[in-house]
Design a protein around this ligand. Structure first.
Ligand code: SF4
Length: 257
């Protein structure tokens, strides 16, 4: 097994400052994300969330559970019928096919429609099982580990990846599909901070560091953010006036001390 590359010290310090400021700003509003405590529920929810906003994903989840109160009901239904219930979230045919394949695979391997047996496996074994299931990436597997199994892992979703590149924690040419990127960031964050940092980064990416039009002027990270890859961005500090909350400013000052 190859060792996980270490994040350069300056990038690790930057990441720690980001953690501090985002915690002061958002305070880990985990419930707004709608993640699930049952591992199979979470796996399905992550598939539903693919390229779909959180509020829409939550609506689609409710629709799905209304139509199919048990996973056995869904397993027995036609893909077409499942797709109809997912229409609101987009990519409904693809997601219906993936969820059906996921359930078939779980039933075949676990003997029933449950992933509860993962609770008895260590992180590495559980992750290895999950990433072999249809529709589950490393990020999805780590969401199941984090939210349903209470493991100290750090899923890197597209929000997190974008923010870490713009803020210079990750190099501009970092590639999302490369596993070392996920492992390096996870290893750079103390185990007890991973859950909160993940939640705060996801929320920051949804509310402020948006994909197309980031709200840099009201961002609590703007004083330190080089905005790499954005118009006007540069390697270095930006002369963007901070209009962050007093709490976030105080947190930044603490973090630099
Ligand atoms: S300053 Fe702009 S680019 Fe940097 S984290 Fe904030 S919103 Fe994103």
């Amino acid at each position: 097994m190859t060792a996980t590359p270490r994040l350069p010290r300056s990038a690790a310090r930057r990441l720690a400052r980001i953690d501090h400021v985002l915690q002061a700003t958002y305070q880990t509003p985990e419930s707004v994300l709608g993640n699930k405590t049952d591992p199979l529920d979470e796996a399905v929810y992550i598939i539903l969330s693919f390229q779909t906003g959180v509020e829409r994903a939550k609506e689609v989840w409710s629709e799905l559970r209304r139509a199919f109160p048990t996973w056995e009901n869904l397993h027995a239904a036609s893909t077409r019928r499942v797709a109809r219930t997912l229409r609101l979230g987009g990519l409904h045919e693809q997601k219906a096919t993936t969820i059906k394949r996921l359930l078939r695979s779980v039933k075949r391997q676990a003997g029933r429609l449950s992933l509860d047996f993962l609770r008895d496996l260590d992180d590495r074994e559980a992750e290895r099982f999950l990433i072999r299931l249809p529709g589950l990436s490393w990020k999805a597997a780590r969401c199941v580990l984090l939210y349903s199994l209470g493991r100290d892992v750090l899923p890197i979703d597209s929000n997190t990846f974008r923010i870490l590149k713009r803020t210079g924690v990750l190099p501009r040419r970092a590639v999302y599909r490369r596993r070392t990127v996920h492992d390096t960031i996870q290893a750079a964050v103390p185990a007890h901070r991973r859950r909160a940092l993940h939640v705060n980064l996801v929320v920051h990416g949804q509310r402020t560091c948006l994909p197309r039009a980031p709200r840099c002027l009201c961002c609590p990270l703007n004083a330190d953010c080089p905005r790499i890859g954005l118009p006007g961005g540069a390697r270095g500090h930006l002369p963007v006036p901070s209009v962050a909350s007093g709490e976030a400013r105080a947190a930044r000052a603490d973090a630099r001390a």
